[in-house]
Design a protein around this ligand. Sequence first.
Ligand SMILES: CC(C)(COP(=O)(O)OP(=O)(O)OC[C@H]1O[C@@H](n2cnc3c(N)ncnc32)[C@H](O)[C@@H]1OP(=O)(O)O)[C@@H](O)C(=O)NCCC(=O)NCCS
Length: 177
Amino acid sequence: MIKLSGNSIVVREYKDTDIAQLMLEVNDPQISQNTLKIPHPYTEDDAHFWIAHTQKEYSRDQRTSLPLAITLNDKLIGAVGLDNLQKNKAEVGYWLGKNHRGNNYVPEALNLLVDYTFKELKVARLYAKIFKGNAGSKRVLEKCGFKYEGTLEKDEVKNGQLIDVEVYAKINPQVNN
Ligand SMILES: CC(C)(COP(=O)(O)OP(=O)(O)OC[C@H]1O[C@@H](n2cnc3c(N)ncnc32)[C@H](O)[C@@H]1OP(=O)(O)O)[C@@H](O)C(=O)NCCC(=O)NCCS
């Protein structure tokens, strides 16, 4: 079981008992607006589906994602994780419940995930794709040492609208070939 401890928060695998807290924290239009797959409103079925999905991912031999919870005193307050996980690279994503923002929890969680991924999974490249104009997310990435690589124009569709996406990446200095 993955459990990464920081100064204020712990990043750990999801548990079945996170369902109620997940629904409470993620039910926020701002989270849905800035991410691709999180619906709003977020129903109990959505939460059950997501937790079941995480448990299936943990049991795979060859993972294609690594979804983790950001917790305070073992209570879920947000999420951080890897998606599109391949041998050489993976995409990072995160959100935090609105009552917990402004405490540096997400940069702390992302730094823990980056260290784990570079050391244990030995991926060469971590990247993030953020919707243009998401100033909070951009700042989180900059604080964690991700570098802006460019903008993909009209790369995604959200609520029927084409969205420009900014790509940030952090390279693992320990992996060379
Ligand atoms: C993006 C998100 C995770 C940031 O969480 P947070 O708790 O606000 O982040 P922090 O308080 O740790 O702030 C990180 C930095 O960003 C800055 N910041 C936060 N919101 C900002 C905004 N709207 N504009 C400019 N800077 C902002 C903070 O001031 C801080 O910088 P500092 O330490 O230099 O002062 C959170 O707002 C969120 O969950 N948003 C909705 C989902 C989302 O956008 N996920 C990312 C998808 S790519």
